[in-house]
Design a protein. Structure first.
Lengths: 71, 149, 468
């Protein structure tokens, strides 16, 4: 599937081009618990464990970024 | 007195600005060193900066030094809860939900504090709040306090 | 927007008035007294920011995992996280797993009774057998005691009475080394009766663009040792209960991770992740077999198992995966939508799509329904059986993890702030798995049996988090 790689790359570039500038004081929504990439790490590690034991695929998300951007 | 209020309100409505020019606001603080601090309820380090700012008010004479805080929450209930949780004595708070003060002072980080000298000029800016740097913040304040008007 | 402008103006008026009246201390409480400006008083716990500095939290949780008629696992865990006032973080997590039940042994179903020999021990030594399940028998043949189990005709062969325990500890540390640069280090240690893992990881996280962009680069190294009680069998050796050719064998895993998180707008967070993995060493399952079936056409015995041979997987595996995730807020609702593409040189390609919606309820609760769809293609060397009429292939495995299948997960997560410091959470998920593509067909008289070994599973978790 050679086109798939290009499709994914285009998707990523298109998404990145859509970003707007958010001021440091406008990060109230991103700081919310509900918008955290690590809202509940126990749930995430449990899912990883279950899927790893049943499926061949591996690899997933990062946890860094977003949030309030303070300090 | 009432007439002045009326006139200014009229001007405000006509010019569609939520808060008038901050430099005009701070004019009443001329002759004193001002520690202008930008904070929000969702900013973790802000919780630690408040006790520090209260200690500054205790330390330096009110005739020479003042702390003014600017809140950038969009939901007032969150700001109220934050202030209630940190307790202690209250510091002056200017509500700036639209971020106009933040824009004018080019806030780069949260929290952000700006030191204004006795003449009303911005002299120092501190991005974020670090407990390990409080001696540096104090040094900046004392440098400005030592200056004449 | 209209409402906000008016609010701002009124506040400004109050501010100005106060100044004109020569009061320099404009207290929040003064503006508070004009309470008519409050649109809402109560804010949902999950709309607030979690404390990020100077915080100590402890999590206690337990997971219950069940496959119908197969594996059951209970997994309690404890996790501690401490972040100091400068943002340096320490984490520790201990997990204990108990697994019981039955798991497919890799053999294909057959029209006749099948007998699988686990171990053969010299006469005179004692062997404990699990008799309650009715599947494990002990008998003496030719002076040797043999531990074996049976599978009825037409059934998928399952190895019963297996019980395993696993202890796992993970430690993590992260700190800022420069104003916008962070490093994270970690180690994982895991011990089972027949398997152990030791791993280390390190990553660098760089913040750019006024913390709107976060780039991370991480490496992890993992060393695994497989040491079954009866030894590790040689590839394609017969399952006759004899001691394995090797006492233990190792497997090393090296992975590299590149991640990018970008703040797209005030309400939208995007994550992109690329993961590269290289696995080297013993990767077969030392307990899993493949049925060698009589496959010459037209005989009475066509389709009958002639031998059971231990599987053989390649010693090298290279894998790549790309992940794209979004978190988008709409009022207090958050939509999480993500996709992942995976491929490796064993011939497996997989696509995953997952979506969840965070729904706030009253002041302290959220519910989050989620759905996930997954597809994977089979490994090149995956097979349901080995035909005796053909030469043995280089590699072969009948492990359902390497089969082609589709899976759908439906779940519900929920969290509740019992107090400002105590959070309770629960999650329940159902995982449905089914064969994708052409069904496997066994030769001869076994042709009527479905060799697919995948199965559904139900998972539930309940936990508590206390933040000091």
């Amino acid at each position: 599937m050679p086109y798939l790689k290009w499709f994914i790359a285009t998707l990523i570039v298109a998404q990145l081009m859509a970003c707007t500038t958010v001021k440091p004081w406008e990060r109230d929504v991103l700081a919310r618990r509900s918008m955290s990439l690590e809202k509940n790490p126990m749930f995430l590690s449990m899912d990883d464990h279950v899927y790893f034991s049943k499926e061949a695929a591996a690899g997933g998300r990062t946890f860094d970024g977003g949030g309030c951007g303070c300090n | 007195m009432l007439l002045r209020t009326f006139f200014l309100t009229f001007v405000l409505i006509m010019t569609h600005t939520a808060v008038a020019d901050p430099s005009a606001e701070l004019a009443s603080y001329k002759g004193r060193v001002v520690y202008l601090d930008f904070w929000a309820s969702w900013c973790g380090p802000c919780k630690l900066s408040f006790p520090f700012m209260q200690s500054l008010v205790d330390e330096y004479p009110a005739s020479e030094f003042a702390v003014v805080t600017v809140n950038l929450d969009r939901r007032k209930a969150l700001a109220d809860k934050f202030l209630k949780d940190i307790g202690g004595r209250s510091l002056p708070v200017i509500m700036d939900p639209q971020g106009e003060w933040a824009e004018k002072f080019a806030v780069q980080d949260m929290p952000y504090s700006v030191l204004i000298d006795k003449r009303g000029n911005v002299r120092f800016e501190h991005a974020g709040f670090h407990e390990s740097e409080t001696s540096k913040y104090r040094a900046h304040i004392e440098q400005l306090l030592a200056e004449k008007e | 927007m209209q409402l906000k402008d008016n609010k701002g103006m009124m506040e400004a008026v109050v501010l100005l008035t106060a100044n004109l009246l020569n009061s320099t201390a404009v207290l929040a409480q003064d503006i508070n007294s004009a309470k008519i400006y409050d649109v809402e008083d109560d804010v949902n716990f999950y709309d607030e920011a979690a404390p990020s500095e100077d915080v100590l939290s402890v999590d206690v949780a337990v997971v219950n995992y069940e496959e119908k008629g197969r594996v059951k696992a209970v997994e309690p865990m404890v996790a501690v996280k401490y972040v100091n006032s400068e943002g340096t973080a320490f984490t520790a997590k201990y997990t204990y797993d108990t697994l019981t039940g039955a798991t497919p042994n890799g053999a294909a179903p057959s029209a006749r009774l099948q007998n699988f020999i686990v171990s053969s021990v010299p006469a005179g030594s004692t062997v404990t057998s699990t008799s309650a399940s009715g599947r494990t028998i002990t008998r003496t043949i030719n002076g040797n005691d043999i531990v074996a189990y049976e599978t009825q005709p037409g059934e998928l062969p399952l190895a019963y009475g297996f019980k395993d325990e696993r202890h796992s500890l993970d430690l993590g540390f992260s700190t800022d080394i420069l104003e916008n640069t962070r490093i994270a280090l970690g180690t994982t240690i895991s011990r089972e009766t027949d398997y152990s893992t030791n791993g280390v990881r390190a990553s660098v996280i760089q913040s750019l663009n006024n913390e709107l962009t976060t780039l991370s680069l991480g490496v992890s190294l993992e060393s695994n040792t497989s040491k079954p009680e009866n030894g590790i069998p040689a590839a394609f050796s017969r399952m006759d209960g004899s001691q394995g050719a090797f006492e233990s064998l190792d497997k090393d895993v090296t992975s590299v991770n590149v991640g990018l998180t970008q703040v797209m707008s005030r309400d939208w967070l995007l994550s992109v992740n690329y993961n590269y993995g290289n696995v080297s060493g013993y990767q077969s399952d030392p307990y899993r077999i493949v049925s060698l079936l009589h496959s010459w056409e037209g005989f009475e015995w066509t389709g009958y198992p002639m031998e059971y041979l231990f599987e053989n997987r390649p010693e090298e595996r290279v894998r790549h995966s790309v992940y794209l995730g979004n978190k988008i807020a709409f009022d207090s609702y958050v939509l999480d939508i993500s996709g992942r593409y995976y491929t490796d040189d064993w011939g497996i390609d997989s696509q995953t799509l997952e979506a969840s919606l965070h729904i706030p309820v009253w002041k302290s609760i959220y519910i989050e329904p989620l759905a996930r769809i997954y597809h994977q293609s089979a490994a090149d060397f995956f097979t349901y059986y080995l035909p005796a009429s053909e030469e043995l292939p280089e590699y072969a495995s009948a492990d359902s993890r390497l089969d082609s299948f589709d899976a759908v997960t439906l779940g519900l997560r929920t969290g509740m702030a019992v107090t400002d410091q105590l959070e309770a959470y629960m999650m329940a998920e159902y995982y449905h798995q089914q064969k994708s593509g052409e069904k496997g067909v066994l030769p001869g008289i076994s042709a009527s049996y479905d060799p697919y070994a995948g199965t559904d599973a139900a998972v539930a978790m309940i936990g508590l988090r206390y933040t000091f």
